[in-house]
Design a protein around this ligand. Structure first.
Ligand SMILES: [Fe+2]
Length: 252
């Protein structure tokens, strides 16, 4: 499965225009986020979306929390944790473990290495905002990179937009005010990512959120996490993950 997946991906990347790849790399360097509209060939887009929707249908669980360490911001959504995706999914783990995809992400990152995250619980997760008001409040990620695959995009006008402020720092010495301090000092950018596209973000230095869903459509995503060289040399803690996914982060 993995070999086949990487073979397909290698051929696919060869079909992408060098000018397109260069443009994506430039955008990532400038904005610390880039939307990729053709990372996967169409048959894989269809299969990946089908797998994610099935897993959400079978294993989706409600998460309703307030994250103290991210300035008491809300989390309201359905989620399938890493272990269930790993046990019952095929394509999502193959995507995460794909060396070919990581090579492309490394290219986007100005040739600085993009590694698999060294913490299993964050490898891949499926999230869905499905009820009015569902949101993924302001936060920074623990690891450097997130790649978010858009399985179902909300209808335009139904909220659930990505808002972000790149080049910002999570002040872990001031959990209560870390978010508001940055919001007060910076302009917020907003973006809409269509279905079957993805975005790649420097998520540990980009404050980001998904705004509340306001209509009857839904937003379903697969979140893949990747790490930088620095992540491998830092002591990274996982308080948010332990709170949101207690069953996937239990130390055995
Ligand atoms: Fe995030």
């Amino acid at each position: 499965m993995q070999k086949e997946f990487d073979f397909i991906m290698r051929n696919h990347f060869m079909t992408l225009e060098p000018t397109y790849k260069k443009e994506m790399r430039q955008q990532f360097a400038e904005n610390h986020v880039v939307i990729l509209d053709s990372l996967l060939p169409i048959p894989l887009q269809v299969a990946l979306a089908a797998e994610a929707k099935n897993l959400m249908y079978e294993h989706g669980k409600r998460r309703d929390l307030t994250m103290k360490i991210s300035g008491n911001t809300p989390r309201h959504y359905y989620s399938v944790g890493r272990d269930k995706v790993n046990e019952y999914g095929k394509l999502i783990p193959a995507f995460f473990h794909s060396e070919t995809i990581r090579e492309f992400l490394t290219y986007l990152n100005n040739d600085l290495p993009v590694h698999k995250v060294p913490y299993e619980a964050e490898e891949f997760i499926i999230n869905r905002q499905g009820n009015i008001g569902d949101t993924h409040g302001w936060h920074w990620d623990d690891y450097t990179f997130a790649l978010i695959w858009m399985v179902e995009a909300p209808k335009e006008g139904d909220g659930a937009l990505i808002e972000f402020i790149p080049r910002t720092e999570w002040d872990k010495s001031d959990y209560d005010n870390c978010v508001t301090k940055v919001l007060e000092a910076s302009d917020v950018s907003s973006m809409y990512v269509p279905e079957n596209c993805c975005y790649f973000m420097k998520a540990n230095t980009t404050l980001h959120r998904v705004t509340p869903l306001t209509g009857d459509s839904r937003r379903t995503v697969i979140v893949f996490t990747y790490a930088s060289d620095e992540d491998y040399h830092s002591e990274i803690t996982h308080e948010s993950m332990e709170e949101i996914y207690p069953e996937d982060t239990r130390v055995v």
